[in-house]
Design a protein. Structure first.
Length: 307
């Protein structure tokens, strides 16, 4: 493993990495200052690191100047920043590598590589060769990674870890976590609907969209797991599960809008920037259901947004 990948692996061990949304207007406009305040609030309330422009952040849809502004605001928080690269419908390994080069120039700690169709290893090799940033591989439920390809990725010197986000495939999640740990890489859970079980199965860090709002809930579960109190872990996990049940449900792509509703209710973003124009339409009344599931935000733990 390259020393930069080893350094990132060790730096993120035990960390809560918030998969941040990108606050937008209904027309898809992004205000860098609104984004900066939002990202700072996640860090203030328990995120140890940030993942921006990934699936939750709608990175594949955003223009290069918008992407650069988001990365800059994330890096300014002072925590390690992972940047999502690739994922566009017409994207190539070269375009993903170009996004990674920009991320490196702006001070990102690493990149989260969207799983492309075809030769995953070749994509990662191109990104690594062109940008030199350590990479987090991604086992996503819409494009599960075959075990053989996963072993090849985990042997790449630039891969620091692997995030599993298989939604409801418990056996696939267990296999991915085991293969990652056996390769001496960081096993990262992205399992919003299997969060506590994935920790028990061996996850060593978390990179989850459910931490895009109410981030303290996810932080509470990780702290309880690291401690010695079974009751605290059970209670925190139950609270997180209630939120995940309301937010990570059909239509699954609607979770981004649901998390933005929560972020606005917490005061992290203004209502004018709590839209996901790239997600599916959601039923009338769903916003109220989501807000009820979350309960009130923890007092004193949210930095109010303005603007």
């Amino acid at each position: 493993m390259h020393i930069s990948a080893r350094t990132l692996r060790d730096r993120l061990r035990g960390a809560l990495i918030a998969a941040a949304a990108t606050p937008m207007t209904a027309a898809g406009e992004v205000d860098p200052d609104v984004t900066g305040r939002y990202l700072a609030s996640l860090v203030a309330d328990g995120a140890d690191a940030l993942a921006v422009l990934a699936h939750t952040g709608r990175g594949p849809f955003l223009a290069p100047d918008v992407r650069a502004a988001v990365i800059g605001r994330a890096v300014a928080t002072g925590v390690p920043v992972l940047v999502g690269v690739g994922g566009a419908a017409d994207g190539t390994a070269q375009s993903a590598a170009g996004e990674a080069r920009v991320a490196a120039e702006l001070g990102a700690a690493g990149v989260l590589v969207f799983p492309p169709p075809g030769d995953r290893l070749a994509w990662h090799e191109t990104v690594w060769h062109e940008a030199g940033l350590p990479m987090i591989a991604f086992d996503l439920y819409t494009r599960p990674c075959p075990p053989g390809a996963m072993r090849d990725l985990l042997a790449h010197p630039g891969v620091a870890g692997l995030k599993t986000a298989l939604l409801s495939d418990a056996m696939g999640c267990q296999r991915a976590l085991t293969l990652t740990r056996d390769a001496d890489r960081l096993a990262i859970t992205g399992e919003d609907r299997m969060f506590a079980p994935s920790l028990l199965w061996g996850a060593q860090a978390a990179l989850v969209g459910i931490a895009a709002a109410h981030v303290e809930l996810t932080a509470d579960v990780l702290r309880a797991f690291a401690g010695s109190g079974l009751r605290a872990f059970r209670d925190a996990s139950s609270r997180l599960d209630r939120l995940a049940t309301a937010t990570f449900t059909d239509p699954m792509e609607g979770y981004v809008q649901r998390m933005l509703w929560l972020a606005a209710a917490e005061g992290r973003v203004p209502a004018s920037h709590a839209f996901d124009p790239y997600g599916p339409p959601l039923p009338a009344g769903e916003r109220e259901t989501v807000l009820r599931s979350a309960g009130p935000p923890a007092e004193g733990r949210v930095t109010p947004a303005s603007g």
